[in-house]
Structures are given as structure tokens and as C-alpha cells.
Design a protein around this ligand. Structure first.
Ligand SMILES: [Zn+2]
Length: 164
């Protein structure tokens, strides 16, 4: 008797991602191919954040598990890129760039499990915003439990002028 082996893709571990309301659920084969931060304006606006972090993989390794009809797609006519979001809660759920149509990028925040890739790449880094949090020292804000506060930088008084 012979046992039929499953194709490698069917045996692979998969990791799921879901939108805020849970109506849209997708998964990808583990590990992802890469993870990256996008500092460009379109991603900033689509996410309402200082930058967006994506996990990218081949489209053939991506599946929609739930909520296909709930997803709406937006084609950015300027770039040719397509962004999808949940029509119930507004969460961005995937992003396909015109220049890389075989790839799909899912916001990292939608995954609860590890994706197998650290976000070490920065796209559109020249657009980095000056309001980004870069890990400055924080202290608790008095009378606001749970709120941390970054003290403004003090100008040094009575400092001699720089020597040239
Ligand atoms: Zn949703």
C-alpha cells in the first residue's frame, strides 16, 4: 500500500489575520516572505498612522477565510496600487502594489501570532515624519493613569555660544 503525500503547500503551517470587527479573516503560509515599514503618504493616510507596517507574501500563499463580500477595494489611480479594507470597521486588510502584482501585503497589526519575519525594511524613508515616536524617555502624566508623557526638550540657558 502506498500513501499519497500532500503537496508541501497543504502541509505548511498557516497564520491568520483578522480585522478589528472580525468580519474579515485571512491567512498566509508561514513564514512570510518579508516585513516592511512604509513611510509614504498613501499608506500613512490609509492607516491614519505615522507609517504602516506590512507583512508581504506571494498571493498564492494567501487565502481569504471569511468576509470576502465585506471587503472593499480601492484602486489608487495615481499609483495603480490596490488597497482593500473591511467595509464594516474600516481596517485596512491588504495592499497590492502595481509594480509587484504577484505579492500581497497584509498589515502586521492584523496578525496575533509571529509572522516569521521582522520588519527590517523601510520604504519611502525620505518621507519619515517629524512627529514619529522614536523611543524617547517617557514618564507618567500626573492624574492620568496609563498616560505616559514625553517632556519637551529644554533649551539650555546661560550656555556659552558655540566656539568656531
Ligand atoms: Zn472589520
Amino acid at each position: 500500500m502506498t500513501t499519497r503525500r500532500q503537496p508541501a503547500d497543504e502541509q505548511a503551517e498557516r497564520i491568520a489575520a483578522a480585522c478589528l470587527c472580525g468580519a474579515v479573516k485571512v491567512d498566509i503560509q508561514y513564514p512570510a516572505f518579508w516585513a516592511w515599514h512604509d513611510h509614504g503618504r498613501p499608506s500613512r493616510l490609509a492607516h491614519g498612522a505615522v507609517y504602516a507596517t506590512y507583512v508581504g507574501t506571494w498571493r498564492k500563499r494567501f487565502r481569504i477565510l471569511k468576509g470576502k463580500r465585506t471587503v472593499r477595494e480601492y484602486l489608487d489611480k495615481e499609483t495603480g496600487n490596490t488597497r482593500a479594507f473591511c467595509s464594516k470597521c474600516g481596517t485596512p486588510v491588504w495592499y497590492v502594489r502595481k509594480s509587484a502584482p504577484k505579492w500581497i501585503n497584509i498589515p502586521r497589526a492584523l496578525f496575533t501570532a509571529r509572522t516569521g519575519r521582522e520588519p527590517r525594511y523601510h520604504l519611502n524613508y525620505s518621507e519619515l515624519q517629524d512627529w514619529i515616536f522614536t523611543g524617547a524617555a517617557l514618564g507618567p502624566l500626573k492624574n492620568y493613569p496609563g498616560v505616559m508623557y514625553e517632556r519637551p526638550k529644554r533649551k539650555k540657558r546661560n550656555e556659552p555660544p558655540p566656539m568656531f
